[in-house]
Design a protein. Sequence first.
Length: 97
Amino acid sequence: MLHEPARQSGSDHAADYKSRLGVVMFILYALFYGGFVFINLYNPALMGRTVAWGMNLATIYGFALILVALVQALIYDLMCRRREAEFNPGSEKGAAN
């Protein structure tokens, strides 16, 4: 059985952009998560307060953390694909094969 890469990959001219974008998005998410930790550390009673739809702040904030991570992943993928298409012409050819 022949084992080869599914497609040949060359140098990625968008790698610097993708790295910077990933670091920026990580810092933004870390700050958002830090807010969750900060509230739990300095005012844990606030997390038990009902804020919307009969749910407390801890539940809403927890779901928001998950949703923000998902949205950031989708944004990261979209922005990276666009930059790859711009900097690596022809890289999309054969991707579906």
